[in-house]
Ligand binder design. Structure first.
Ligand code: PEP
Length: 256
């Protein structure tokens, strides 16, 4: 594929970190340092309870807020859950879905990820649908098989129009929070494979347009190598997104 025209996305996933006060302090430091950045989409996913604080702290900026998880029903007797409509009302524009921690700690299946993706789209959110193999899968040569099964099961039954509104994040589980980043070449090869799956599932046009982010120990010192790959349309950053200075460096330095 030649030089991509796909707009880059730099997204941060805070997981279960930061209080409301820490959320405000983060944006007070982060917002001015990325105020001049217009060449990529910037997204931050705080814990659900801090979405309103994050939305208020980013009002009037081009930083978008994402949920980390939601339930697919609109409302009902689902104690502890929140709906896609609720996170939109609280200020989200994106929804992370099927993160490996959701899949492997909380038992989310591809079918659940599909339902969450559908409901996010219906609420007007941009889903960031995560897929990725575990270390044992990679070592057994099953990376493509796992990614294809997760991709097909999570988004294969969307309509073509719905598929054109999602982002995908390839996050090899062995690289998340471990300090072991996939090399740019390894990540790009899987992205190319996922794009090929998208062509088979939908169309060549859909495959060329879909934005595929890489996630797994992205840091200021490896962002440029990853983003130099035409197949890598952005990153989903965990640990390094918690520090305003380091996340601002990732946002600003990806194409230097
Ligand atoms: C993540 O949580 O999606 C992630 C990639 O984490 P880290 O950057 O810390 O590996």
């Amino acid at each position: 594929m030649t030089q991509s025209k796909r707009r880059r996305v730099i997204a941060g996933n805070w997981k279960m970190f930061k209080t409301q006060a820490e959320t405000r302090a983060f944006f007070a430091a982060f917002n001015p340092s990325v105020a001049g950045v217009t060449d990529c989409d910037i997204v931050i996913a705080p814990p659900s309870i801090n979405i309103p604080a994050a939305a208020a702290a980013t009002k009037g900026t081009h930083i978008a807020i994402s949920s980390q998880n939601h339930y697919w029903e609109k409302e009902g007797a689902f104690t502890g859950e929140i709906s896609a409509g609720m996170v939109v009302e609280a200020g989200c524009r994106y929804a992370i879905i099927g993160h490996s921690e959701r899949r492997h700690i909380f038992g989310e299946t591809n079918e659940m990820v599909f339902k969450k993706t559908k409901s996010a789209l219906a609420a007007g959110l941009t889903p960031i649908v995560c897929i990725g193999e575990m270390l044992a899968d990679r070592q057994a040569g099953r990376t493509e098989n796992i990614c294809q099964t997760q991709f097909q099961g999570s988004v294969g039954a969307l309509t073509p129009e719905e598929f054109s509104r999602i982002l995908v994040a390839y996050e090899p589980v062995w690289a998340i929070g471990t300090g072991h980043t996939a090399t740019p070449e390894i990540a790009a090869a899987v992205h190319g494979f996922v794009r090929q799956c998208a062509a088979e599932m939908f169309s060549a046009g859909h495959a060329a347009a879909i934005r595929i982010l890489y996630g797994g120990s992205v840091k200021p010192d490896n962002i440029q190598g990853l983003m130099a790959q035409v197949e890598i349309d952005g990153v989903l950053v965990g640990g390094a997104s918690l520090d305003p200075k380091s996340f601002a460096t990732i946002v600003k330095d990806w194409q230097r």
